[in-house]
Design a binder for this molecule. Structure first.
Ligand SMILES: [Zn+2]
Length: 129
């Protein structure tokens, strides 16, 4: 399930992603190093992933999907997978700070990389301004 981020507070991990892809293409890292989706991540991909239409940069065969994990007070320390619209509604109604982490995953080779993170829900993080 993909969760739409709030307009502010989005952190992109695009540059780190490009570095990993470059490392694989240059032979500095192998597919074994980066195609390491955990059993839990694979389970979430099978039941709650959103398609992207983007081709995997590692195997260049399968289409990437997005999965979202929510972290915050009252949630499991390993995060809670956002599987469906009911989960999104529950997150939106939380009074406590929630941070969503969106991971892109290839269901073909199991490459995975953190794509972005953002605060989500009724209560936003303080910005200090
Ligand atoms: Zn792949």
């Amino acid at each position: 399930m993909a969760v739409a981020p709030s307009p502010t507070g989005v952190v992109s991990y695009r540059l780190a992603r490009e570095r990993v892809v470059d490392d694989v293409r240059a032979g500095r890292r192998t597919r074994l190093d980066v195609c390491d989706a955990s059993a839990e991540l694979r389970r979430v991909v099978e039941h709650g992933a959103a398609p992207t239409g983007d081709t995997c940069p590692i195997c260049e065969d399968a289409s990437l999907v997005l999965v979202t994990f929510a972290f915050g007070p009252g949630l499991p320390s390993s995060g809670r997978a956002v599987m469906d619209t009911a989960d999104v509604t529950r997150l939106r109604q939380r009074q406590r700070t929630t941070i969503c982490y969106v991971v892109e995953v290839c269901p073909g080779c199991w490459w995975n990389h953190l794509r972005e993170s953002f605060p989500f829900g009724r209560r936003r993080l303080a910005t200090g301004s």
